[in-house]
Design a protein around this ligand. Structure first.
Ligand SMILES: [Zn+2]
Length: 373
């Protein structure tokens, strides 16, 4: 029994002695892991395994009844010859751009993706091009393909020089980056190099009323309504990662809903959340129901489950809502109608949280005092 007391005391004082309240005991860390870290580690491992199988072992993987093969994946040209490390500079758009301007835009609408380029000369629309991409394509890819189509349009109309005006800073920055070796960017760079039309790349801010940009946006949105996909595009790693994450999250949620473990936390947080929360040694004991609460201690140390007030078994609810030992703290920190508030509501309220933390802190100190004597 004495050995038990020592273990119990060590566990309890471990938390109290630490300066920062974020410190947690190892047993509590496990509880927290159940609650928030479990998913993160598993998710990362599972995502990496799947990506590794797809990218390096070139095996096909299945995500939500959809099969992805190595050939679907966007390739990287790691060993780019030095002459291919070209930088294509771009500049900001001036108020008045003369010469022939080709505005480009990409759009995602109702799960479909489209891109468009439109040539405007002296405020007159000369010609345009619209294409629908695979639904899996990103807006970035659509913006990139729109620039590709603009170069092709300029070449086919035998222009000597054009200005290509895009609102996608990320694509222009990728073109300007000599180390970007993704295959779509490499292809676009080679197209710019071999183009018979001299192309000047210009960036304009989106949605500020630039007429040409608005027209290109309209056409890109219209392109999403086309029956057939004109440009089947390869899948970016980002897309695959996000698809894998979705599946893992839904598996995790199902596991969290049906598991028999960590039910006290589940009662408070039934939905999984990948955003980390700050661990707090005292609050976590209330959240998990594990720690310096008589009912929980009774399970492990055969101590009495009855509260020191002698009225009830001391569980989470008794401690927070009913125990008369803490009436003064409740009066000071809790809202008046705290009995109508759920524990989650109290935990999300700053003042009430301070009160709950204080209750736990005093409780722990008292337990350690009794163990000392
Ligand atoms: Zn009590």
């Amino acid at each position: 029994m004495q050995a038990m007391d020592r273990v119990q005391k060590e566990r309890l004082s471990e938390g109290l002695c630490r300066d920062d309240l974020e410190a947690t005991t190892s047993s509590e860390r496990l509880q927290e892991d159940n609650y928030r870290n479990f998913g993160e580690a598993t998710r990362n491992a599972s995502r990496r395994t799947k990506l590794y199988r797809l990218r390096y072992l070139q095996q096909s993987i299945e995500i939500q009844q959809q099969t992805f093969t190595f050939n679907d994946l966007e390739k990287r040209h790691k060993f780019e010859p030095h002459w291919d490390k070209t930088k294509f500079q771009w500049r900001h758009m001036n108020k008045k751009e003369d010469r022939c301007c080709i505005y480009t835009n990409g759009s995602k609408l109702r799960g479909r993706v489209g891109c468009a380029s439109v040539c405007i000369l002296n405020k007159v629309e000369m010609f345009s091009d619209q294409k629908r991409l695979s639904d899996e394509a990103s807006v970035y890819m659509a913006e990139l393909k729109a620039i590709e189509s603009a170069i092709n349009l300029a070449n086919s109309h035998h222009y000597s020089s054009v200005k290509i005006i895009s609102d996608s800073r990320s694509v222009l920055q990728a073109l300007c980056n000599p180390n970007n070796c993704t295959s779509p960017i490499s292809f676009l760079k080679s197209l710019l190099r071999s183009s018979t039309t001299s192309c000047e790349l210009i960036w304009t801010k989106a949605h500020v009323g630039t007429e040409g940009n608005k027209i290109a946006d309209f056409y890109a949105k219209q392109a999403t309504t086309r029956e057939e996909v004109d440009l089947p595009t390869s899948l970016s790693t980002k897309y695959i990662k996000s698809a894998i994450s979705k599946v893992i999250k839904s598996d995790w949620q199902q596991q969290w809903t049906t598991s028999l473990k960590g039910r006290a936390v589940h009662e408070l947080c039934p939905l999984i959340n990948i955003q980390r929360i700050h661990g707090n040694y005292f609050l976590n004991q209330v959240i998990t129901g594990h720690g310096a609460i008589a009912y929980y201690q009774h399970k492990f140390f055969s101590s009495s489950p009855v509260c020191s007030c002698g009225k009830e078994i001391e569980d989470r609810d008794h401690l927070i809502y009913r125990c008369e030992n803490w009436t003064a703290i409740r009066r000071k920190f809790f809202p008046k109608n705290f009995l109508n508030r759920t524990l989650v509501q109290l935990l999300t309220q700053k003042q009430a949280r301070i009160g709950i933390e204080l209750i736990m802190k005093i409780k722990l100190e008292k337990i350690i005092e009794t163990l000392d004597t």
